[in-house]
Each structure stands twice: as C-alpha cells, then as structure tokens.
Design a protein around this ligand. Structure first.
Ligand code: OFO
Length: 169
C-alpha cells in the first residue's frame, strides 16, 4: 500500500500533467489561428504525450493501492505574442515540470519508497528529453527569426510528428 504522503504528491502531479496537456492544446488552438498547422499538430501531439504522462501516474497510484483524486484543472493561457513566444513558454513550463518531478522524487526518497523512486526515474529521464527537444526547437526558431521561408519549412516538418505511446513502460 502506498504511503499517503506520496499518494497525495502523485495526485498533485497528475493534475500538473493534465494542466500541461491542456496548456499545450491551448497553444495548438493558437497556432491554428495563425495558419501554422504544422506547429498546431506538434503541440497537439505534445498535449497527448502529457495526457499519457498523467495516465501512467494514474495507473501507478491504482496499482499501489492508492486512491486517485482528480482536482480542478487551471485555465491555461490563450494568447501569445509570436510563435517564438509560445515555444519559449513551453520551455519555461517544462523547466517548471522538471522541478515538480524532482520534488516528487524527494518525497519518495524521504519516506524511503524505493519502488516509487524507481517508478519516477522514467519521468526524470523524460524531462531531460523534453527540455532538450524544446531547447533545440527554440534555437532553430531563433536562427530562422523573420525568414518566412524558413518558418514555412519548419512548419512542414512539425506537421510530421505523430503520437506513439511508448511501448517499454
Ligand atoms: Fe509531462 O512532461 Fe512535459 O510537462
């Protein structure tokens, strides 16, 4: 049976992952209004990934005999100044999520829940990957700057992203 302190912390993180999903969907909607459907697709896949993160945690709490309690999902932002501002906001958000995951690992270590610490390593690694991917995208966008041909090519590339649920977890 899972310790209540860790269970509460996981429930909080389920909410944070769901908020991430909602935020990225809001960004997808914003890109749709700017006729950048490739970026919109990329954000939509990002949103699906976040829901996967939430559901992986949801299943884990159940598996450990805990009780999932869902809470209100905060209203996400809906307006940004530019495509670059959106991707900067994504990186900032991912950095915040990394801090939340680290706090969660601290809770599991504090109560010496080794299984929980092991489970959370997947999220620790996922955050490294997410920050790296978004960081690379941001650098490319800064290089492109106001070059509309470059932006068009990047949008085409972003359109190719698809959501594939990781099979190894
Ligand atoms: Fe769930 O990793 Fe992004 O936020």
């Amino acid at each position: 049976m899972i310790d209540q302190k860790l269970c509460d912390a996981l429930n909080k993180q389920i909410n944070a992952e769901m908020f991430s999903s909602y935020l990225y969907l809001s960004m997808a909607a914003w890109f749709e209004t700017k006729s950048l459907s490739g970026f919109a697709n990329w954000m939509r896949v990002q949103s699906e990934e976040e829901m996967f993160h939430a559901m992986k945690m949801f299943d884990y709490v159940n598996e450990r005999g805990g009780r999932v309690i869902l809470d209100t999902i905060e209203k996400p932002e809906a307006e940004w100044d530019s495509p670059l501002a959106v991707i900067e906001a994504v990186l900032k958000h991912e950095e915040l999520v990394t801090r939340l995951i680290n706090d969660l690992v601290d809770v599991s270590m504090e109560i010496r829940d080794h299984a929980g610490t092991y489970f959370l390593q997947w999220y620790v690694e996922e955050q490294v990957e997410e920050e790296a991917n978004v960081g690379t995208l941001l650098e490319r966008m800064r290089m492109i700057a106001d070059d509309s041909a470059g932006m068009f090519a990047l949008d085409m590339e972003m359109a190719k992203r698809t959501f594939t649920p990781p099979s190894s977890e």
